[in-house]
Ligand binder design. Sequence first.
Ligand code: BJW
Ligand code: ZN
Length: 245
Amino acid sequence: MKIHDSLIERLKDARTVVFFTGAGISAESGIPTFRGKDGIWNKLKPEELANFNAFMRNPDMVWEWYNHRKKIIHESEPNPAHLTIAEMQNYFDDVIVVTQNIDNLHRRAGSKKIFELHGNIERNYCVKCKKQYNEELDFSEGVPKCECGGLIRPDVVWFGEVLPVDQFKGGEEAAMNADIFFIVGTSAVVYPAAGLVYTAKQSGAVLVEVNLTESEVTAIVDYSYLGKAGEILPQILQAYKDAVK
Ligand code: BJW
Ligand code: ZN
């Protein structure tokens, strides 16, 4: 893949580099995406799982899905895409990750400034009193309950739920301040997260998309690289390093 010289020139002037990421960035770590060819949601309807009413109706089924994904996540490692983003911290004043993922792989790769728009699979809380339960849960007697009797749920954002205000605000500020705004491995169909792409555009950022296929936002980006994030992001950083050395 040829990385455009003009992108490298823009990177040379950049202070704030933002990475807006989705499930596709973790695909090469072995974590299935939601939509698309290999997406888990070809078989399971999102509305039936990532939604509060579904959880209250059938907490066993929803927990089974999360425990299955948790196992996959625990067995996975950050891939070259996550690692390249972390390495970028050595080259730019401000590198900010705004992720829709709940899998912790950016943190494990070494990224320091991360906004998690859709929560984190390592945390849980009680649906009734909101008490946090972040230790390993015991499922031996069914779905675990809080001391108040409420069901314990994963601390993730389901459809119809509001995103964590501080995390979304951080994401918005990052989008507004970005010199370069990378959009990596997301179909960009879920709002308000996808709206950050338009915020960055309106604020004058250069938009760079990295995705296997075209997405909802391809038409408005300045550069579109079609391929695997774990291959293209290292190529971009290498081209930058070659240009500044
Ligand atoms: C690669 C690759 C490789 C693969 N390299 N690339 C109309 C009707 C109903 C609702 C709405 C509506 N309009 C708007 C809404 C609201 C709704 C919404 O956006 N719906 C749309 C789907 C229509 N949004 C919400 O409800 C949000 N809340 C909200 O709006 O609050 C306000 C409100 C309150 C009260 C009432 C009403 C409104 C909340 C959204 C929460 C989303 N939650 C999930 C689950 C999180 C927890 C979990 O992980 O289990 O978030 S859903 C799921 O989608 C998950 C993801 O973060 C999110 C985005 O998916 P993502 O990351 O883009 O993944 P994919 O699979 O879609 O794409 C992967 C991409 O990677 C593909 O493009 C591949 O090509 C690519 N790829 N391998 C590079 N190797
Ligand atoms: Zn409780």
